[in-house]
Write a protein that binds this ligand. Sequence first.
Ligand SMILES: C[S@@+](CC[C@H](N)C(=O)[O-])C[C@H]1O[C@@H](n2cnc3c(N)ncnc32)[C@H](O)[C@@H]1O
Length: 312
Amino acid sequence: MDFRLKNFNLSFFNNDVNNSGDMQQKFALWAEYRAEITALLDDATNKDTKNILVLGAGKCNDIDLHYLCSRFARIVLSDVDIKSIEDGMRMQGVSDGDRKKIELLEMDYTGLAEAGFFNQLESMIQQKSSANAFVSYIESSIQNIHVCDDIACDNAHFDVVLSCPVYTQLMYTQSEIFLQILNQYQLYTAKDLQKMDHAFIKSMSQVVRHYNALMMSMVSDDGVVIMLTDIIEIIRSEELHNTIGNLLDSQPLDVCLIEKHITKHGLAFAKNGREDWLEKADVITTEYILWPFNDYKSYLVYGAVGKKKSIG
Ligand SMILES: C[S@@+](CC[C@H](N)C(=O)[O-])C[C@H]1O[C@@H](n2cnc3c(N)ncnc32)[C@H](O)[C@@H]1O
């Protein structure tokens, strides 16, 4: 059987993910979370803050577009899935006047789409390449990735860069599906698939480091970066949901205990991303927010406001 990937380009893949679940319901369910992000943003900015770049805007369910339009003169919403941003603007009823302030920036934060990463993997399977050849290709291409510098330069130096939770969405979600498809074709042994999976996982630290560097390259020297990451996935029916909920409600906040839960239950790519981000930023403030994602699960989101680390 000839191996073929269907509808696997990055924007199609993410559009599919972004369309999962009922959009109206999500928008309503995320209202409190959206308000907390708006408050974080409002506290982090001042009257001199004129423009903002949002990374991972997706359906804009976590960003209040009316607030952004009332607060900023120039708003750039970015994602690899522009269709979802358009749905989000429609959903929030952005007026024609406000729409003029908004620019859409289609961008792949990994640079892998332009490098034809998954197309190359597809051809390698068709040529019956070995699992070891896969591993070398995955590792070498991720070492060499770069995002089109022109895009970053043309848009550089925003007063605010807001990154929605993106670390856990970059590359690996697509790699997981890729391996599931490969498994269905039964062209490789379970051990081979494991080797490939390991190579994808190993490469993720480079992908998130690269994303953070991009984020930092787009903020002005005096500007602020707001980084949000979905650091623990919490199943609503499990005890951890109550535990985290109670911890977030208690005053003063027991940061030490929250961090212990992150160490134990935290998502690896989110933790990697945060660790690298903290090395690149001078932190102003941090926050923990509950994100009720759907009826089944919530996320504990770690949010941090910082400035680009000054050199020297
Ligand atoms: C969890 S969502 C963030 C929530 C989103 N703001 C919303 O309201 O739906 C992560 C976003 O990252 C985007 N994304 C994933 N991989 C990407 C990539 N390589 N380049 C650019 N955007 C990407 C997805 O399309 C998605 O919109």
